[in-house]
Design a protein around this ligand. Structure first.
Ligand code: V55
Ligand code: FE
Length: 483
């Protein structure tokens, strides 16, 4: 029998108490009308710790990967949920307790812990007939797209020789190629980066290996028709610190937001470095495109460190209310000799978990979907302090005009990352449906909400009721049905 989870913010409350429920529910209750034309699966993954943390507390990012699949057809939705049966999870189950210590620090693991330390907990993508559960510290783990049975670690038939693989690969909408990268690609603390382009049937078409000036977190990247851009967040890695039981990452307020811009079909010697302002945090990529030797990358940028669990050397973390993020556009002018760049704001409110219409990935585009936080909206104090990753608006934003169309779900609602589903394969950009999980904190339950992208403010056209609480999650993807 396992012992109770700690009553810390990381392990308690409607959003962060572990769920651990593997489930299958056929034909979920739907309030409203779900268009029969929505056919496919919405997959997403949550860190969901199997066991209470070995060291007494732990960070959200260290939970075992739990994948949910919402299958849509004929106006109905069913859910299936399975843990990714990683080596790490199975070793824990074998011993009946957590065997893993500090996040991404194998020096703090129990000797009985699995050699492969990954939780596969950050994102999912469908490629070449399998669902890949991804975490940036290791190779992907493959699952059956339908049953969610775990198939094992995935090295793309041995073609990917990196120690790691990003949780944020992108599918090129024109070629169907999977564009991906690795950082700490030769192991903990190595400054090696690698870019990979794989065909839809899994052939490695091109790879570029190069070195950064130091090892730092590269959580997401940006792709355009001709370039890829790697944002190095000023969170650096020090293996000596790890050996002393410290964190994998440490915030460096004196380092710039660094970027590597690389031609997709280029080589290590083609890499160009750009420096943004210091003490800033590059968030998730909304989208990017290139035009006339300029590369444009849109992403939320925050002044200061948003990861309170990876403090700077003196222990300082900025109070959350001092952190202002907005959607920014970085312009990399490849004809310029200037390496310093400043981002330009596209919105005047904080937002994160941005997604575009996937048919426009890497191409000139106009619309984004984001989660936003409006502190002026009512918040029910009975829910306790505002939790990490709290977003009370689901919005569509026009990047050319800044116009925002948003839905506020009430004083206890917290969204998770949305996905966009085109109304029809040839629908105009951003014309379709926006689907997102909504945690109803006061009620301790979750819904999957479906909005019409042309009228966000009116709220959901359908609310799909999940008959159990879902833990806070991270990223997902939409896989249209072939039938
Ligand atoms: C992130 C999440 C992670 C991770 C590193 O959101 C970065 C950023 C869920 O795990 O390991
Ligand atoms: Fe992410």
């Amino acid at each position: 029998m396992t012992h109770p989870f700690p009553q810390t913010p990381e392990f308690s409350g409607a959003l962060y108490a572990p769920s651990r429920v593997e489930a299958e529910v056929f034909d979920l209750e739907v309030e409203g009308t779900l268009p029969a034309s929505i056919r496919g699966a919405f997959y997403q993954v949550a860190p969901d710790p199997q066991y209470p943390p070995m060291l007494g507390n732990d960070i959200f990012f260290n939970g075992d990967g739990m994948v949910s699949a919402f299958n849509f057809a004929d106006g109905k939705v069913s859910i299936r949920r399975r843990y990714v049966k990683t080596d790490r999870l199975m070793a824990q189950r074998g011993e009946g307790r957590s065997l893993n210590g500090v996040y991404r620090n194998v020096f703090t693991n129990d000797p009985l812990a699995a050699k492969n330390n990954t939780t596969a907990n950050t994102s999912v993508v469908a490629h070449n007939g399998v669902l890949l559960a991804l975490k940036e510290d290791a190779l992907p783990w493959a699952m059956d797209l339908e049953t969610l049975e775990t198939l094992g670690e995935w090295s793309f038939d041995g073609q990917i020789e990196s120690a790691t693989f990003t949780a944020h690969p992108k599918l090129d909408p024109v070629t169907g190629n999977l564009l991906a990268f690795s950082y700490e690609a030769k192991g903990d603390g190595t400054p090696d980066l690698a870019y990979f382009e794989l065909s839809p049937d899994g052939k490695l078409l091109h790879q570029i290996w190069f070195q950064a000036p130091y090892a730092a977190m590269v959580h997401d990247f940006a792709v355009t028709e001709h370039y890829v851009v790697f944002p190095l967040i000023p969170l650096t890695v020090d293996v000596e610190r790890m050996k002393n039981g410290g964190q994998h990452f440490q915030w460096q307020p004196d380092l710039p937001q660094l970027f590597a811009v690389v031609p997709r079909n280029g080589h290590a010697e083609d890499v160009r470095w750009f420096k943004g302002p210091k003490d800033g945090f590059q968030g998730h990529t909304l989208n990017a495109f290139d035009e006339d030797d300029k590369v444009y990358v849109d992403m939320p940028v925050t002044g200061g460190n948003i990861f309170y669990f990876f403090p700077q050397a003196d222990g300082y973390v900025p109070p959350p209310e001092t952190l202002a993020a907005s959607l920014m556009r970085w312009t990399f002018d490849l004809t310029s000799t200037q390496d310093d760049i400043q981002p330009q704001p596209l919105t005047d409110y904080p937002c994160e978990f941005p997604r575009c219409d996937d048919r426009y990935i890497g191409r000139k585009y106009e619309h984004g979907f984001v989660l936003a936080f409006d502190p002026e909206r009512p918040y029910n104090p009975a829910n306790g302090p505002i939790p990490f990753q709290f977003f009370n608006l689901l919005a569509r934003v026009n990047l050319n005009t800044g116009a925002t169309d948003a839905w506020f779900p009430g004083d206890s609602g917290c969204f998770q990352e949305p996905i966009f589903i085109p109304r029809a394969p040839d629908a105009q950009e951003a014309d379709g449906y926006v689907v997102a999980l909504l945690n109803l904190i006061a009620e301790g339950r979750s819904e999957l909400v479906v909005l019409d992208s042309r009228d966000m403010a009116s709220g959901p056209i359908a609310r799909i009721k999940v008959p159990f609480r879902l833990r806070m999650s991270l990223h997902g993807c939409w896989v249209p049905s072939k039938k």
